[in-house]
Structure formats: C-alpha cells, structure tokens
Design a protein. Structure first.
Length: 153
C-alpha cells in the first residue's frame, strides 16, 4: 500500500459517506420498486428478506439504470450506464452502511470521478483491510463482523 496522507484519508472518508448514502438510496428503491413478497416485514427492518423480485414498472432494472442481484447476505447493484458497482449488506437497515474492504475498493474503482484513489491500494483487499483496521484503531470505523466495518456515527 502506498502512503496515505491525512488529505487522502479525508477524501476516502467522504467517499465512505457517498457509498453509504447511495447504498441506502438503492435499498430504498429496491424495496419500493419491486414486488417484494414480504414487504411488511422488510419495511419493519427485515432487509434479509429482500429477494430478486420483479420490478413493479416492468423490466429488470430499477430507475436510474440500476441492475440488482440479491444473493445471500448482499445485494449487488450495478449501474448499466456508468458501470458503477455497490455491494450492499442486507440484514437490517443499519447493516446497509457496512463496508467490506474489497467491495468498497470495487466501488471506488467503478466510480470514474474517484477511481484515481485505487492507486493507493496495490493489493485491493489486503491494503483496504489494513486501512480499515487503521481507521478502527483511530475510532473512526467500527468492526461489525467478518471483514465488514462501518463509520462511527
């Protein structure tokens, strides 16, 4: 991993906020724009019950050209126009803000205006995990489970 200055750290923290904001918006779209069989439970916070339900308006994408694929504990969103990709944790509304080091790296890599930040991470998973652990030691991130982290509120 290349040396990450405080300035780059601040940029990456801003990118984390962007990732979490987009993730929440996309999960909301997924709930509202698909025919979820367990809608009431999902609206009550059981995001682990989300499925690859059909889009209400027809087609296989959410508005804004977002393809989605619910699989296991995650939902992968990919913008079919830009290629931007987010892998979002399911479970509860709070879990949506969780970040896996590799998934976060991939978000940066597929977001053109911030893709230059990938240059700081020569080994995408390991270097990003090291960065997350450093932020955890500084009480900026909390370790949630496995390799998932979330910004301290």
């Amino acid at each position: 991993m290349k040396a990450i200055t405080q300035e780059i750290t601040e940029e990456l923290l801003t990118v984390m906020d962007m990732y979490q904001r987009i993730a929440r918006e996309l999960i909301e779209q997924l709930i509202l724009e698909t025919d979820q069989p367990d809608r009431m439970e999902i609206l009550a916070g059981a995001y682990d019950m989300l499925t690859n339900a059909d889009a209400i308006h027809g087609g296989e994408e959410l508005t804004g050209d977002w393809f989605f694929d619910v699989h296991g504990e995650h939902c992968m969103f990919q913008n079919t126009e830009t290629g931007q990709t987010l892998e979002v944790s399911l479970g509860s509304p709070e879990d949506v803000g969780n970040m896996d080091p590799y998934f976060f790296y991939n978000f940066i890599k597929t977001t053109p205006e911030i893709a230059y930040l990938t240059a700081y991470f020569e080994n995408p998973f390991k270097d990003m995990l090291d960065f997350f652990e450093r932020l955890q030691a500084q009480h900026v991130l909390i370790h949630v489970h496995g390799v998932e982290y979330r910004k301290v509120l």
